[in-house]
Design a protein around this ligand. Sequence first.
Ligand code: SAH
Ligand code: SF4
Length: 418
Amino acid sequence: MNTSDAERLATVLKQLGYQETNNEKEADLIGVIACSVRQAAVDRIYGKLREWQLVKVKRPLITLLSGCVLPQDRKKFKDKFDLFIDINHLDHIATDLKNLAPEEKLALSDFFSIDPSYQSDYRAYVPIMTGCNKFCTYCAVPYTRGREMSRPSGQIIDEVKNLLSQGYKEIILLGQNVNSYGLDRKEEIKFPELLKKIDGLGKNFWLKFLTSHPYDMSDELIATMSKAQNLSHYLHLPVQSGSDAVLKKMNRHYTVAHYKKLIKKIREAIADIAISTDIIVGFPTETEVQFKETLKLVKEVGYNTAYFAQYSPRVGTAATKMFKDDVPKTTKKKRWQELNKLIGQQSLNFNKKLIGKTALVLIDQNEKIDKNYLNLGKLANYTTVKINTSKPLKIGGFVKVKITKALNWGVEGAIIKK
Ligand code: SAH
Ligand code: SF4
């Protein structure tokens, strides 16, 4: 989502006459696309601000803040940045910038109708909705991005059509809870229908979507997924905890039994699907027994990857009002490490099962090492693949490989001659 926000913001700035640079030293305008999900990311902004304050003493520099920012942080940062841009209202940027730099031209567009300056020429993030209505008690998103707002399907389809005609190989549909796409617009198609339409727009591309909420994962969606031609066999389905008591306090609206049933249905529909998840450890009042339930669930599901976070209280969310952040930092860290060790083993097991299989790899980077090249790419299910070759492989191109070896963080593959 941050990448997608940045791509759209870059377009608006370009419309205003700005040029992109990777060199902070020559920038006239510099900004942060913030993430407020955890405190650590917010703290990093202060570090950057101090750096830029020193630059401002020497030369003119406009600093900008956008992305996911909590109202409280917005107040705190108000005097420290020259501009705050609500990401859902990029149309304000032109007027706000005009006050600072009156010679600028006006550009008016809303977030969704902006043609983004894609950072990659083969992988594109396409937002289909923004905001969230779920109000999980720990989460800042409903406060930073507001309520669910679906993008008109015609606009999404046009963007994807255009990307495919330019040769894009991977399309990632984005939303905090893509499964509730269209529910805020009576006349609009719903997510399974949207997925079906996008799947039908072309051949030989990878289609993915992020993120699904287990509560809204319908049978209709699972059936659509199993029939789709281009959909990667990969699903990110955050569970957050393996304890019903904790899930209830998190306001997740499902039980562990419901989640397990979902996983079963999904695997019955798509046998080789790779599933990943998000888990929070150390949610207020989480006991050792409840954490063990999470470990048990992770073992039972057999994820190929997972993202773990130590609970971090976000000002203004329900959890901070209802509970004390009472799990000690050391316990959170211990639980995090335990889960990390487990997922490392699961990941290796998953990777071992891939040995001997042939698969397409989308190449992301290569590097010359002695006389040969080390190429890194991804399988459709996001597994990293390492390929050694004598000539570099084309970045953004597909190659067919045979998986030869399992590693902790991915697999090794050898090119299959056509
Ligand atoms: N919409 C997505 C997640 C968005 S936030 C979903 O529902 O799954 C991404 C992840 O950050 C969450 O899945 C959660 O695991 C983590 N997270 C969110 N708020 C957090 C908090 N206060 N402390 C720790 N982790 C948090
Ligand atoms: Fe946050 Fe929950 Fe919404 Fe995900 S579903 S963005 S965790 S409130």
